[in-house]
Write a protein that binds this ligand. Structure first.
Ligand code: ATP
Ligand code: FE2
Length: 336
């Protein structure tokens, strides 16, 4: 394969165009984030945002990278999972560019793209992935020719939980980064705090997780008069510990010894620290890509597209419809 691969990401809030060279050298992503003025994400409003932003971002990418259509070897897009209206904008743009530039189209699985950019960046080979984002919370490992979901949230994603809690306190989207700051500032002032001082439920069910209960309980702690920083800290301690516990069990069950973090919540330094501690204790490796590759980005879509195009056929237009509920284990792993 020759030419750079362009990736289009549009599963939810983020519209992003990124690129990777034919040998897997990742380039920049050109992104626009939809921020709802009030309340949660409305899929149609996000899709309108994406369709307005798309031509601007494509122009930026082509001009900033000094690219001509003849430099391009393929165009990959997120086929799912995600919000239907948002996915359809990305797919439509990708189909149009594929025709305009006369290059192959590659529909990719967004969750798998988080794994492949992590493998690309960290050099880990056969990891357990703790995938923690707004919409998804899954523990994933490869078995045969699939990435299997070993455990996952039974209700909302952990990032969604953090964003909702933040929104209830008047903190705008995305709330996760602000919660991290509030938690860390509070903990610096209260280094001897005990998690039981601000009790919250700890809900691991076998290999699965849930976050609605902790969201409600955290709001109750606020209503009872606990400091916001204290509740943010306890919320992180409890919810991250639950994720790390399931990830540890996945390492034990599979016998694998690399734990990779991915998804927007993997930007969190406290989660990274807890991951490192657990991995050090069991002699495993805990690793993660740079923040720009943890959050949704077009480059990760390009990287998975590159791996797929190297080892299998492109996606025909007739099979390029989006699938909002695409499962991680649906995609056959043809690459190494
Ligand atoms: P997906 O489609 O994979 O579910 P997404 O649409 O949620 O992804 P991402 O960019 O992967 O998008 O993740 C965004 C989430 O990450 C938001 O919930 C945001 O609050 C959270 N997040 C980002 N940075 C941090 C941080 N430092 N600490 C905690 N959460 C964070
Ligand atoms: Fe994502």
């Amino acid at each position: 394969m020759t030419g750079v691969i362009i990736g289009v990401e549009s599963t939810a809030h983020t519209l992003s165009f990124g690129l990777v060279s034919s040998s897997g050298e990742p380039g920049s992503s050109y992104s626009a984030l939809f921020r709802p003025i009030e309340g949660g994400i409305h899929p149609r409003e996000a899709a309108d945002h994406h369709s307005t932003a798309a031509p601007i971002l494509v122009k930026q990418l082509m001009e900033s990278e000094g690219l001509n259509p003849t430099d391009i070897g393929g165009i990959a897009f997120s086929q799912g999972p995600g919000l239907g209206p948002c996915l359809r904008i990305g797919a439509t743009v990708a189909r149009a560019l594929s025709q305009l530039w006369n290059v192959p189209l590659i529909g990719v699985n967004h969750c798998v793209a988080h794994i492949e950019i992590g493998r690309n960046q960290t050099g880990c080979y056969d990891p357990v992935l703790l995938y923690v984002s707004g919409g998804n919370t899954q523990v994933i490992a490869r078995a045969g020719d699939r990435y299997q979901v070993l455990g996952e949230t039974l209700d909302i994603g952990i990032g969604n939980m953090l964003d909702k809690f933040a929104r209830n306190q008047g903190i705008p989207f995305p709330g996760g980064p602000k919660i991290e700051i509030l938690a860390s500032e509070w903990h610096s002032d209260n280094p001897n705090a005990d998690v039981d001082d601000i009790p919250l439920p700890y809900s691991v069910q076998g290999m699965d997780l849930n976050f609605s209960g902790i969201l409600n309980a955290a709001q109750q702690r606020i209503n009872e008069g606990h400091e916001l920083g204290a509740v943010c800290w306890s919320l992180q301690e409890h919810s991250f510990a639950a994720c790390v516990e399931v990830a540890e069990r996945a390492l034990a069950h599979t016998g694998k010894n690399e734990l990779l973090l991915g998804g927007g919540v993997a930007c969190n330094e406290r989660l990274r620290e807890m991951t490192k501690l657990m991995c050090n204790q069991r002699g495993s490796i805990g690793t993660w890509p740079e923040k720009r590759f943890c959050v949704d980005n077009g480059t990760m879509i390009a990287e998975l597209g590159r791996r797929m195009l190297d080892t299998s056929a492109a996606t025909p237009f007739t099979a390029s419809e989006v699938n909002p509920s695409l499962r991680t284990d649906h995609t056959i792993v043809t690459w190494d």
